[in-house]
Write a protein that binds this ligand. Structure first.
Ligand code: ACO
Length: 439
């Protein structure tokens, strides 16, 4: 298209709506492939009637913000953080560098990176009272429930965090949260195991320190195998952001009330706790264990195609192609199993994938492996119990939640989140006191 044609097409970028209730016509501008809901609100049958609204449960076709954090093209299977393809970041970067990229919007210089790593490393400790209240949880408390509560509780340790309009203050809380999530996550795990909490080791890198806080016993220093450290670091990178998913939307929605970021992130952890969001990899493991051996696969697949159950770890609301994260995780499986020995369920997973990618049922519906298909196998090889899987996801997602929160609080167009409803209940009933109703 020539420049002039592009300008003309842009000028014509409007939607003409005719309201058949009134016969009125409206021209609504189209910007970035969207119309403003407020423009629809001007369409009304009478001055004192409410304007037209859209009904969109689950926000399936509603843009809630402008964002420059993460780009996804589900048809092509593309995922980029701040414009950088996930494949390159997973191969060449580290989780803390990716966290910097998400938060600051650009890659760090050497000095910026060193300062960032230093800050995060020296904020990994939590107040001793945190230890006290973590001990107060029941012996079988779910670690994700403990994480959610303890992240929220951090707001009481840093009351200055409510000063969200101060850039330095925001930076401080972001550093604290990225630094302390592994400590809280590891301590939730140790509590469930009845083991003493391990303090952070500031000589170790971010992910190596997390492994030390999880698994260290009586040894002077816990040194995890470098290949495992790298694999977990890559998994954190893959989970670091995924645009306006359920938990990010929760962070933004709660953050829109201008509450402190610990409370907003606690809402994100709560959303991630749900089985439709963070829990699918656990379901994949259960499915693989139920199938048990390769010979049982044909029967299982028939059940899926008959609609009796789903092939867990396949399909995605956005990706209608191979989830780019699944490809990278598959490669990480090889690295991890080199250290831990092969998880026997891998053979079943690979066979399921092979069959599904050729089977017309899955091909026609564009069902490909998603991020959860292989991640549970890796986590199990690390000897994480399934309850820990979502905690790992939450640690990885924290920089993404914070980058989105930062964008929200600086966005002049944002308002407190407050959707409309279509009221379906009774109206203007006369209240009869209990003494008369039960008389
Ligand atoms: N196995 C078998 N059939 C499937 C699967 C599956 N995993 N996923 C979708 N289908 C079929 C549906 O039955 C439907 O078929 P139909 O058109 O004949 O009725 C068609 O594919 C479209 O499915 P929808 O449910 O409409 O797709 P939607 O986008 O709403 O769901 C979802 C996406 C929830 C991820 C779905 O694919 C699913 O349940 N997958 C298994 C669970 C899973 O792996 N979740 C993790 C997602 S990744 C994440 O959250 C981090």
């Amino acid at each position: 298209m020539t420049d002039a044609a592009a300008v003309a097409a842009n000028d014509a970028a409007t939607l003409t709506i005719r309201d058949n209730r009134t016969g009125s016509e409206y021209d609504v501008p189209i910007t970035d492939g969207t119309i403003k809901a407020a423009d629809l609100g001007k369409i009304r049958t009478a001055e004192d009637e409410p304007g037209l609204a859209v009904y969109d449960p689950g926000f399936v076709n509603t843009a809630s913000c402008r964002s420059s954090v993460t780009y996804i093209d589900g048809e092509q299977g593309i995922l980029e953080y701040r414009g950088y393809p996930i494949e390159q970041l997973a191969e060449k970067s580290s989780f803390l560098e990716v966290a910097y990229l998400l938060i600051k919007g650009q890659l760090p210089t050497k000095a910026e990176y060193d300062a960032w790593v230093h800050e995060i490393t020296y904020h990994t400790f939590v107040h001793e009272n945190v230890k006290g209240f973590m001990h107060g949880f029941r012996y079988d408390a779910h670690p994700m429930g403990m994480l959610m509560a303890s992240v929220g509780a951090l707001s009481t340790f840093y009351p200055d965090a409510r000063n969200i309009n101060d850039a330095d203050n925001r930076h401080m809380q972001i550093v604290r949260m990225i630094a302390k999530m592994p400590t809280l996550g590891a301590w939730s795990f140790r509590h469930a195991q009845g083991k003493p909490f391990v303090y952070p080791d500031n000589d170790l890198g971010y992910t190596a320190n997390f492994l030390s806080m999880l698994f260290k016993m009586s040894e002077q220093k816990f040194e995890a195998d470098e290949r495992l450290v790298r694999a977990l670091d890559v998994l954190f990178i893959l989970h670091a952001d995924h645009e306006q998913n359920c938990s990010t939307n929760a962070v933004r929605s709660v953050g829109s009330s201008q509450v402190d970021p610990y409370s907003a992130v606690a809402a994100g952890v709560a959303a991630l706790y749900g089985p439709l969001h963070g829990g699918a990899n656990e379901a994949v493991l259960r499915m693989l264990k139920r199938i048990g051996k390769k010979e049982n696969i044909p029967d299982f697949m028939q059940g899926v195609k008959d609609g009796n159950e789903r092939l867990m770890g396949f399909g995605h609301r956005v990706y209608k192609n191979y989830d780019p994260r699944a490809k990278i995780i598959k490669k990480a499986c090889d690295d991890v199993f080199e250290v831990t020995g092969v998880n026997p369920l891998l053979e079943i997973a690979q066979e399921l994938e092979k069959i599904a990618l050729e089977d017309e049922y899955f091909v026609k519906r564009k069902l490909y492996p998603n991020v959860d298909f292989y991640s549970g196998l890796i986590y199990e090889a690390f000897q994480f119990p399934p309850e820990m899987f979502t905690v790992l996801f939450a640690i990885g997602r924290t920089p993404g939640w914070l980058a989105q929160w930062l964008e929200l609080v600086q966005d002049k167009e944002q308002k407190i989140a407050r959707p409309k409803q279509i009221y379906t209940g009774d109206r203007t009933l006369d209240f009869v006191p209990a003494s008369e109703r039960w008389g």
